[in-house]
Structures are given as structure tokens and as C-alpha cells.
Design a protein around this ligand. Structure first.
Ligand code: C2O
Ligand code: CU
Ligand code: CU
Length: 749
């Protein structure tokens, strides 16, 4: 690896060289910057050369840091630093140091002789007076500090190489601070873009360093970006775009939106999409001025374009073992990483470190036994949503599995085929846990469903729809404020199966889609861009009794709709967008995903005119009606409190005690100004009416989650069978649930 030494770039008149070697072979992976280099005159004290970099992700990253001084002479660099010394710092202090690379200095993260490994890396310094360090660094922020031995001064180059480009972490956000002089002694930062075009923001900071106590700052830094052929972009003051080279339009708004706008108007910034290759950023003071400055390179967050990513097909988990009656699974909940945004690594919490989690396929009448190991730092509870599960395996919010602990959940599956899902349910923090990635499908089938000619196999596809907010570094942003407790956390990026607004290539045939709204708070209204109806065949509790053609289908958080789309209506080449017509949440995210009709395909499937026969439960069979009033109350110190019957959830209180084998009507009266998707554990229900009106076609199947519009009253009817004990019912806007819009009910003998 790293064999080729690229003569980096030659900048106009000054014989410049950063000795950066080639990036590791472009492993298929996220777009990223690797291998940064900075050249600068090294002074003493405050004028040492300081390079900062960030290891992002979850896995440790192996890097090699080296400094060039004397070896710059043959490259024509005047007055190089004769004997550079290197220190590596993390936030707590020095973690490694080296003077001459052939002599390892043991201490900190360096525990054994590194000379042979440096030699084999292909990027050993060319001169024995030059230092190098190899370190395996956990994600975090680091600085490499270069000084001259015995206060020597001169030009030095510091380089950071990524030695582990395929691991679950990235080297991002490089910054270098140093003393900018004139002529050859301006500040030069090198970077290499690998794998795919990457949008970067480069900024040159001077005056705003004063607030951090940096003396003698460069008052008016000017920034140039070069590729191997010369200058491709320049900027003086970031609020004034300089057109030319790769800059074709005004950048001010985008710089502002990036949240990386320089703090001072005299500072400079450039945003550019860079093809894979080597680049240099040069910082100078206007009019030959000198002073301390900082150059920083960030991977920018472009709003990822729609329909750029293929829809991920969610993998099905293989049982660890099976016997005559049961399938046994092992899942470990742990931190993982995933590339969701271009060029970024997002840390997630996942079942088996996956986001979305692995799909479990189960069959009615066969038990599913899932051993869940909690390798997270927080307590969790795993709930099978829609499962008719005894309380000890239901994942009650207080039935917590602590860090390091294990719980085995047993699902009897004595219920009909349905699209279920499992997700975290830990008290008070369910919203954050699900947002971090703890959600997955549980597809229950049965002989009756299998006997129907509905699309099967590759043409039966599960779609998990979730919206998220991301920080600039690609991490998930889960803001809890009075306002998000009121509205729930809604995202500005729409994910299907963990990919941003993906596309799926389909044949000219029917496809079954099991759609789950796994969002914390956003309500979608699904429709096709063609204006054709979606044919709904199932809802929360399984198949409908008949296929319901619907122009649009509203799905609230936790609701499931199974639909069939017949793509044979469209010629090859047609693009059909699954739209969201609900514009209540901001931004409105009108496009969910796109189906590209790309081929002719045989279709053995059909939609029978009757599906699963369903008897409507007569109102007269109910032995009791309970009323739950949903309201918003105001308390000093907190803006909004969501309550059920005027109360917040109290785990110690049983709010309702239905009797086993009886039928009840639950009336939800929403006296608030916001819709609430109310969910009841344990059993499936039928909606009797909403404001006296019977449910729409498709909403008249078996349900466990019901959207109660603002100001409306919904009545649902259900029979408590099989299971005794305590369950919960709650709003499935997870921030409402976490802020105690929940009750306990206990089924009594
Ligand atoms: Cu989907 Cu009580 O949860
Ligand atoms: Cu549930
Ligand atoms: Cu709610």
C-alpha cells in the first residue's frame, strides 16, 4: 500500500511541495478526504505548527503522522526545519511523541517499537531526523504539534495518513493553525479526495481566533484552492463570492446554511465539489500581512439528492437454531455505523449493530424465541409492536434490560399473519432509542396468507419510512426542547430502509409493499405520482377482508399498510414516485421514494377480491366503555404537558383493569389541537367510528394504532384474550410517549 509518491503540486512561482503520498487504493466506501498535509513555517511557542483532525465514526482508526523538514530541501523548499519533533495530543494531553522516526518513543498510545511498521508503510520519512508516529485512535479530536528541536525554526510539513480506509471510521475535518508569513511561507494545506466527488468547505480563519486567546492574528486572510493545474477557486471575504474556476454561482447562502460560516466578515470560505484527486488550500494575508491563522477543511453536508441511492432490501435474520415448535434467534444491541449521507459515517444503535435492524420472519403457531443481549450503555426494553405477547415478553417500558444484561423474549405467535415490528420501549427514552436506530420488521405469516396469490418473495418488500435530522458531521441530531416535545421530533431528511429517498427498479408486474411508518412523529399521506390508486390489502393487524383501492392513505407513526402496486400499467421507462401529500410538518418532504419500471416481467400474482374474512365485533358485545381524554395542559416551567385523563404516566398506577375474555369499547377524546396516534398493546382492535363516522375503506381492518385527529373522538372495540397481566397504551408520537402520555392497563382473571 501507499507505494507511489506523488509530486504534489507546483504552485505558480514558488517551488512548493507537500510530499503527500497517494491515498490508499480507493476501497468502495463513502466519499471522504484522507491524507491531509500542511506546510508552514514553524516558529517557537505560539508559532508551532498545529494540525487538528477528527476521527469520526465508531471504530478506531489507524493513522500515520509524519513530519517533513530536511527532506524538503531537494524539493526546492527554502529554509526547512532542520530537526522537527512531533507530538500527538487528544483532549486530555500528549498521547504520543517522536523525534527521529527510527527511534520509537514508548509512552501514551505507543507501546512498542514502531520503526519496522513505519518502514513497511511505504510512507516512512525520507530523512532520519524527521519524526513519525503510528497510532490507532478512537473517534475524537486530535492535534499534531510540530516544533523544532532546541527551538529551531523553519518550514515543516505535517501529514496525516489514513491507514485503515475500510474500517467504520473516517478522517474528517482537518484544520491547521500556524503563523502565516509571505512568499514561500504562506500557509499551505493539502488534501486528497478519494472514491467519489466530495463537497468540501474550506475556510481561512484569522481575526476570530482572538477570542480563543491566539495572539498576533492574521487580520485579513485570503484563500486559494489549487489542483495540480493551478488555482481553481479563490475567496477573500466569505460574504462576497468570487466567481471563476469551479465557483459558478453565489455561495454565500450555502456557506451560511452549512453552519460553518466564518465568524468574522474578513475571513474567507470556499465550497467546492472536488473530483477524486489532490488539492491544496493556500492562505495568505492581504497585502503581505502576517499573523496566526487557521485553515480548515470540512466535508460539507450537501442535501443528498433524491433518488440517488438504491433501496436497501432488509436482510432476514437466520435462526441460531430451530426445533419442532420454535425458532431461536440471538440479537445483540450495539453501536454501529452506516453511511446514510454521502461522505459521512453515521453512528447508530442497532439490533446486531444494524440500521434498520434485521427482519425476523415468523409463522403463526410456531414460537419465536429471541435472546437479546444489551451491549449499549443504556437500559433498553424490546417491544414487539402488534404482537399478542404475554406481559413478561412484551417489552413493558419498565421491564428494563440493563447494559450488559440479556433477556430472552418468547413470542407465541398465536395470531394471524401481519406486518409487525420490534423496537425499543425503554421508559422516558424510547424516542431517542428508536431514533438512533432500534427498530426492525417482524413479518408474521400463516398458511392462509401463503395460500393467497398475492406477490411473494422478491416482490414482497418491506419499507420502513423514517425522517431524521443530521448534524454536519453526519451524526444523528435528536433535539429535545419544549417545542419538539409539543410537536414531536420531525426530520428534514427522509429515509426508506435507511437510505435517503431511494429508488427501486421494478418489472412490469405487481409488487406488494409492507409499509411501516417508523417515524417518531411525522404523519405521511401516501399517494402515487401517477394519480393511480394504491390497492391496500393489509393494515396493522394483518390482511383486510377485501382489497381497498385508495387514492391516498394516511399513515401515522407505528401504523402499517400493506399495498399492492401494479406496475404493468406503466411502460418500461416510467418513473413512479411514492409521494407524501401531508404537508403539516416542516419541511414537508413530498417525495418518499421512486419506482423505476425497467423491464418486462412475468407475473403469476393476483389480488383476490376477498382476502381474510373478518367479522365485525358488534357494539352490543362490549361489557364496558372506557373514555380516555387526550389533552395538553400548561404548567409553569414547562410549555406543554401531554396527558391522558389529566394525568401523566405513573408506572405504579394501573389505569384500567379489563377482564380476560371480555370485550370493551375504548373511547379516545382528543381535546388537544394536535392529532395523536394512540396505540394499545396486547390485542388488535376494530375502529367503530371517528366522530360518529365509520372508518374509511382500509381503516376498517384489525388495528393497534389509531390516529385521533385534533378535536375528534374515536371509538375502538377489542376483546382481551389469552394474556393476563400488565400492558401499556400510549401515544406513538414517541416524544409524547416519553413525556408521559401513557397509561397502564392490567388484564384481570
Ligand atoms: Cu410501538 Cu408501545 O409501542
Ligand atoms: Cu406496541
Ligand atoms: Cu400524542
Amino acid at each position: 500500500m501507499l507505494k507511489v509518491l506523488i509530486p504534489f503540486a507546483t504552485l505558480g512561482s514558488f517551488a512548493f511541495a507537500v510530499t503527500l503520498a497517494a491515498a490508499p487504493p480507493a476501497a468502495p466506501g463513502p466519499a471522504t478526504i484522507t491524507n491531509l498535509a500542511t506546510r508552514l513555517p514553524v516558529g517557537v511557542d505560539d508559532q508551532a505548527l498545529i494540525t487538528g483532525f477528527i476521527v469520526q465514526g465508531t471504530a478506531p482508526k489507524k493513522v500515520l503522522i509524519r513530519v517533513a523538514g530536511p527532506s524538503l530541501v531537494p524539493l526546492g523548499v527554502p529554509k526547512p526545519l532542520g530537526n522537527p519533533r512531533l507530538e500527538l495530543h487528544d483532549s486530555s494531553g500528549v498521547i504520543a511523541m517522536n523525534d527521529n522516526w527510527q527511534t520509537t518513543q514508548i509512552g501514551g498510545v505507543v507501546t512498542s517499537n514502531q520503526a519496522p511498521e513505519i518502514q513497511n508503510s511505504g510512507v516512512a520519512p525520507a530523512n532520519e531526523a524527521e519524526p513519525a508516529i503510528i497510532a490507532t485512535l478512537v473517534p475524537g479530536t486530535y492535534t499534531a504539534v510540530v516544533r523544532g528541536v532546541a527551538n529551531g525554526t523553519g518550514v515543516g510539513v505535517v501529514e496525516v495518513y489514513d491507514l485503515g480506509s475500510s474500517s467504520g471510521s473516517l478522517l474528517t475535518n482537518l484544520s491547521t493553525r500556524g503563523y502565516v508569513q509571505t512568499g514561500d511561507n504562506v500557509m499551505i494545506a493539502g488534501l486528497i479526495v478519494v472514491t467519489q466527488p466530495t463537497r468540501v468547505i474550506i475556510r481561512a480563519v484569522g481575526p476570530s481566533l482572538t477570542q480563543f486567546g491566539v495572539p498576533d492574528v492574521l487580520a485579513n486572510p485570503q484563500l486559494e484552492l489549487h489542483d495540480a493545474n493551478g488555482t481553481i477557486a479563490r475567496n477573500d471575504d466569505w460574504q462576497v463570492t468570487q466567481l471563476g474556476g469551479v465557483i459558478a454561482s453565489d455561495q454565500v447562502a450555502e456557506i451560511q446554511k452549512s453552519q460553518l460560516a466564518p465568524a468574522n466578515a474578513a475571513e474567507s470560505a470556499i465550497i467546492a465539489t472536488l473530483q477524486p484527486g489532490a488539492y491544496t488550500a493556500v492562505v495568505r494575508g492581504i497585502g503581505g500581512t502576517t499573523g496566526n491563522a487557521l485553515v480548515e477543511v470540512y466535508v460539507a453536508s450537501p442535501a443528498p439528492a433524491s433518488f440517488n441511492a438504491a433501496l436497501p432490501i432488509l436482510p432476514v435474520l437466520t435462526p441460531t437454531s430451530s426445533d419442532a415448535a420454535s425458532d431461536y434467534y440471538d440479537i445483540t444491541m450495539q453501536v454501529g455505523t452506516r453511511q446514510i449521507l454521502p461522505g459521512k459515517v453515521t453512528t447508530i444503535w442497532g439490533y446486531n449493530a444494524m440500521y434498520p435492524g434485521p427482519t425476523i420472519k415468523a409463522h403463526s403457531g410456531r414460537r419465536t424465541v429471541v435472546r437479546q443481549v444489551n451491549n449499549l450503555q443504556e437500559s433498553v426494553s424490546v417491544h414487539l409492536h402488534g404482537g399478542h405477547t404475554p406481559p413478561d415478553s412484551d417489552g413493558h417500558p419498565t421491564d428494563l434490560v440493563g447494559p450488559g444484561a440479556t433477556k430472552t423474549y418468547v413470542y407465541p405467535n398465536n395470531q394471524v399473519a401481519a406486518t409487525l415490528w420490534y423496537h425499543d420501549h425503554a421508559i422516558d427514552v424510547t424516542g431517542r432509542h428508536v431514533y438512533m436506530g432500534l427498530s426492525a420488521f417482524y413479518l408474521l405469516s400463516d398458511g392462509f396468507e401463503e395460500s393467497l396469490p398475492l406477490p411473494k418473495g422478491d416482490n414482497d418488500i418491506a419499507l420502513l419510512i423514517q425522517d431524521r435530522l443530521f448534524n454536519t458531521d453526519g451524526s444523528l441530531n435528536y433535539p429535545i426542547t419544549d417545542s419538539t416535545i409539543r410537536t414531536g421530533v420531525v426530520g428534514d431528511t427522509l429515509l426508506v430502509n435507511g437510505a435517503v429517498q431511494p429508488y427501486l427498479q421494478v418489472g412490469r408486474r405487481k409488487v406488494r409493499l409492507r409499509i411501516l411508518n417508523g417515524s417518531n412523529a411525522r404523519i405521511y399521506k401516501l399517494a402515487l405520482s401517477t394519480g393511480d390508486a394504491l390497492v391496500q390489502v393489509g393494515s396493522d393487524g394483518g390482511l383486510l377482508s377485501y382489497p381497498a383501492a385508495r387514492a391516498a392513505i394516511t399513515v401515522a407513526p407505528a401504523e402499517r399498510v400493506d399495498v399492492v402496486i401494479d406496475f404493468s400499467k406503466y411502460p418500461v421507462g416510467t418513473e413512479v414516485v411514492l409521494k407524501n401529500q401531508n404537508s403539516f410538518s416542516v419541511p414537508s418532504l413530498p417525495d418518499i421514494m421512486r419506482f423505476d419500471v425497467v423491464r418486462e416481467e412475468a407475473d403469476e400474482s393476483s389480488i383476490p377480491s376477498t382476502l381474510r374474512p373478518m367479522v365485525r365485533v358488534p357494539e352490543s358485545s362490549a361489557s364496558l366503555t372506557r373514555t380516555f381524554t387526550l389533552s395538553q395542559t400548561f404548567q409553569s416551567g414547562r410549555e406543554d404537558i401531554w396527558t391522558i385523563n389529566g394525568k401523566l404516566y405513573d408506572p405504579a398506577v394501573v389505569d384500567a383493569a379489563p377482564q380476560l375474555d371480555t370485550t370493551e369499547i375504548w373511547t379516545f377524546r382528543n381535546s388537544s389541537d394536535q392529532a395523536h396516534p394512540m396505540h394499545i398493546h396486547d390485542i388488535e382492535w376494530q375502529i367503530l367510528d371517528i366522530d360518529g363516522v365509520p372508518p374509511a375503506r382500509g381503516d376498517d381492518g384489525m388495528k393497534d394504532t389509531f390516529l385521533i385527529p385534533a378535536g375528534s373522538t374515536a371509538r375502538v372495540i377489542g376483546t382481551f384474550t389469552d394474556n393476563l397481566g400488565e400492558y401499556v397504551s400510549h401515544c406513538h408520537i414517541l416524544e409524547h410517549e416519553d413525556h408521559a402520555m401513557m397509561i397502564n392497563f392490567e388484564v384481570q382473571p
